[in-house]
Design a protein around this ligand. Structure first.
Ligand code: PLP
Length: 249
């Protein structure tokens, strides 16, 4: 447990961020962590946007490696299961005024995990609430991004849907992400996912892996703006074949 002053600044002003990584047990019993260096880089992308200290690679990678070494008996071996690794950092200045903090705490915790989504989900196209806006923090794993999505997610569940398909804040036409996952649509023989140019999409490591694997298989992938109208037209023409979310969880 953490003992801290009630004036600790992250509680009030939200300088807090995290990462999510998985370690898997290989058939030979070895433990493999999936692309953790990408998460270290993204952690510092988030840190810069939130005016927080960047974490040195050695501390992030070696700290994680040693924790997994300690926790290795907790890495489950069954198909689809893994050890979820959660690095996080928050501002620890004890100060009531609004200013960027000078002190931060970086920690890593782990938790055994099963498959998160193991059935088809019902999706609601959200046109009232917005997750991310150009110029905002949608591309970061800042804590506040998730806090802001709790109410929309609750409301969506009340309507009988599992998850939200987020749309852009200007037109509510272009799709962004699905819940806390990157989204892909298979239209005809192309796989389409929103591009990262506006800073409203979290640059998923899984997203990148999916794109790389598809391209290696010779399947055409387009990273571009994709509207609900285009998806609807494709559906009517019988070209919408599949839609899926991609993320570590
Ligand atoms: C973490 C996250 C993702 C997925 O990123 P991965 O690196 O693939 O786990 C996608 N969207 C949001 C909003 C996220 O927080």
């Amino acid at each position: 447990n953490i003992s801290m002053s009630p004036a600790t600044t992250f509680i009030h002003y939200g300088q807090s961020l995290f990462e999510g990584i998985k370690a898997y047990k290989r058939e030979n019993g070895e433990i493999a962590i999936f692309r953790p260096q990408d998460n270290w880089e993204r952690f510092n992308v988030s840190a810069r946007r939130m005016a927080m200290a960047e974490v040195p690679k050695e501390l992030f990678m070696e700290g994680m490696r040693r924790l997994i070494e300690l926790d290795k008996a907790w890495v489950p071996g069954s198909v689809g299961s893994s050890l979820y690794i959660r690095p996080f950092m928050f501002a620890t200045d004890e100060f009531i005024g609004v200013k960027p903090a000078d002190n931060f705490r970086f920690m890593i915790i782990t938790s055994p995990a099963g498959a998160y989504y193991n059935k088809p989900t019902r999706i609601y196209v959200q046109k009232q609430f917005v997750r991310a806006f150009p110029g905002g923090i949608g591309f970061t794993k800042a804590a506040g991004n998730y806090g802001a999505c709790m109410l929309p997610t609750l409301e969506t569940r009340k309507l009988g849907y599992d998850q939200i398909l987020w749309t852009d804040g200007f037109t509510h036409k272009n799709v962004q992400e699905i819940g806390t996952m990157n989204v892909f649509f298979v239209l005809g023989n192309k796989v389409i996912t929103p591009d990262l140019s506006e800073g409203t999409i979290l640059a998923g490591v899984t997203r990148d892996s999916v794109i790389t694997l598809l391209k290696e298989k010779g399947i055409s992938v387009e990273e571009r703006a994709l509207s609900i109208d285009e998806i609807e037209d494709s559906y009517k023409k019988g070209e919408l074949k599949e839609a899926f979310g991609a993320g570590t969880a």
